[in-house]
Write a protein that binds this ligand. Sequence first.
Ligand SMILES: [Zn+2]
Length: 61
Amino acid sequence: MQVTCPTCHRSIDWKNAPHRPFCSERCRLIDLGGWLTGRNAIPGEPVAEEPGHPHETPADH
Ligand SMILES: [Zn+2]
């Protein structure tokens, strides 16, 4: 089964991808960084809404 790395869009073999759905840990970290900066893209996986929306909490950082 071939999947596409969400970060670099490279085709990878699902069975041989320890960092799936990414091609490497580097791409995984890059994507996580994207989440932190507001750019999120995880195709195929529904994002569960967590109780207590982060953007609605009072500014306490
Ligand atoms: Zn990649």
